[in-house]
Design a binder for this molecule. Sequence first.
Ligand code: COA
Length: 245
Amino acid sequence: MKIRREEPRDWRAAEELTREAFWNVYRPGCQEHYVLHCYRSNPEFIPELDFVMEEDDGRLAGHVMFSKAELTLADGSSFPMWTFGPICIRPDLKRQGLGLRLLRHALDAAREVGVKALCMEGNIDFYRHAGFGLASQLNIHYHAEPPESEVPYFLAQELVPGYLDGIEGTYAPPRGYFVAEDDPEGFAAFDATFPQKTMTLQEGQLPQFCRRCGKPLRSNDDCGIGPDDKPCFAFCRACLAESAG
Ligand SMILES: CC(C)(COP(=O)(O)OP(=O)(O)OC[C@H]1O[C@@H](n2cnc3c(N)ncnc32)[C@H](O)[C@@H]1OP(=O)(O)O)[C@@H](O)C(=O)NCCC(=O)NCCS
């Protein structure tokens, strides 16, 4: 298993891998493959930190990419920050230490190209093995939560010790991570070029709520059925029926 820079010939395979790895993990379906697809032409993308993990037979086993980002300080100025993701390991190869190996390799490379600190959203149970802790401990706030809260999924790490000394700021993921929300038609057209997969709302995903009444949606059964006979993950049954009627 080797780790090397991603090349154009890997692009589609890395997007397929990303889609397989993220499918139904955080939400019904996933958007991360479109984020990756669009990010490669984003000026914030860091090509030196775009890695694939490859098996001896040439199949991709993992992928990770990094982006420039920023903190907003109290006086409104910005302070350089970096982030990474999507990161993934092929589902059949999970929990064999490969994710950590890929991440550690990427972090060493990040240090070498001058990345000084990283912020990201993720599961501390995985990322703490690569040196991440709660961002609140470094005085970095998450844009979507009150500044005084300790956000358990918002993580950070200094790659250059002391880089954040005396700094208190707020992080929001760069706009490039919201490309599927910003361009839903582009995302739908892109996703349609991949094999069909079933979208499921299930336990363990990020909380989903009906966009009309706010009721929590916990399974496909809580959702309304759309005109295409598939679950409509945006609305509960009652609200969808009411809007149709
Ligand atoms: C997250 C991901 C990259 C981890 O890669 P991996 O190769 O499966 O993880 P590793 O084997 O290197 O894990 C190392 C340790 O991290 C922890 N860990 C890894 N995945 C975890 C999980 N889902 N929940 C809790 N702890 C986890 C464990 O302590 C693990 O050691 P163990 O298996 O001996 O208990 C991979 O599971 C993946 O692609 N997931 C889907 C996409 C995703 O969620 N990406 C991250 C978005 S923030």
